[in-house]
Design a protein. Structure first.
Length: 263
């Protein structure tokens, strides 16, 4: 009987802990509306109780990408996205391929991350955040990925810096042709306020097309979005702890009674 009394609260406590651990963040991508992705991203971050900060590429110095150019974020680029170039973005051809999209308008940047030409048409850009965030995203310039090609761009969010920790989610670009330095935004958010880094990867080898990266947006949290156990989970946890306390009290009472009988 004593064993059964201990098993009941133990099972309840275990169930409560498992239920709490199953609570998942909501991860949302902002890639499917080429003309309004950044606006939708800002709206989503605001709904989570956060605010959006813009890291401007116009503050960067042309040449090798400086990892510490932004306060609050560390940048790491490879391939075509390891260089900062003066200008408003690459201006490749292919303007006759459909489906076309104006994106969110033409770039007016004075600098951008990327190169106008060269033999490397692939690359990645990693943005590691000093403080975990609700979301992050980047503006792409002159992206060429119509449905007849497979030049895929992905944006992945991780809990750790430099693309480490838990993978929270990956978003893939919409297949449109954004030429003439038109801007296309890709963003991702997590309700857990736990994004430590995002990694943008581009493979343009099929079309030999280079892209640029413009401003970076970060959704800063307020601390109010940290997941908490649901009310029923809290109740189960309380029941389990109460049961353990009851069993402990009964065992102490039984021990005290035994001592009196021996005396």
């Amino acid at each position: 009987m004593r064993k059964s009394l201990w098993m009941i609260p133990a099972v309840l406590l275990s169930t409560a802990l498992v239920s709490t651990a199953a609570h998942a963040d909501t991860v949302t991508g902002y890639v499917n509306d080429p003309t309004a992705n950044s606006t939708d991203f800002t709206t989503g971050i605001t709904a989570l109780g956060g605010s959006v900060t813009t890291f401007s590429v116009d503050t960067l110095t042309p040449g090798a990408l400086n990892p510490t150019a932004f306060s609050g974020a560390t940048l790491s680029g490879t391939g075509n996205l390891a260089t900062v170039t003066a200008g408003n973005g690459p201006a490749d051809g292919n303007v006759t391929f459909t489906p076309l999209s104006p994106g969110e308008g033409p770039s007016t940047y004075t600098e951008y991350i990327g190169r106008t030409s060269g033999s490397t048409y692939t690359g990645s850009l990693t943005v590691s955040l000093a403080t975990p965030a609700l979301g992050a995203g980047v503006f792409l310039i002159d992206l060429f990925n119509p449905e007849v090609y497979d030049d895929v761009v992905t944006l992945s969010a991780y809990t750790g810096a430099s693309g480490t920790g838990t993978l929270l989610g990956t978003e893939t670009d919409a297949q449109y042709n954004f030429q003439d330095t038109n801007l296309y935004f890709m963003g991702i958010s997590s309700s857990g306020d736990d994004i430590g880094s995002v990694v943008l990867s581009y493979d343009g080898i099929y079309s030999g097309d280079s892209i640029g990266v413009g401003n970076i947006l970060v959704g800063n949290g307020s601390g109010a979005t940290t997941p908490t156990p649901e009310p029923n989970e809290q109740s189960m946890l309380g029941i389990g702890l109460a049961g353990i306390g009851l069993c402990y009290w009964m065992m102490r009472k039984r021990t005290a009674r035994g001592l009196r009988l021996r005396a």
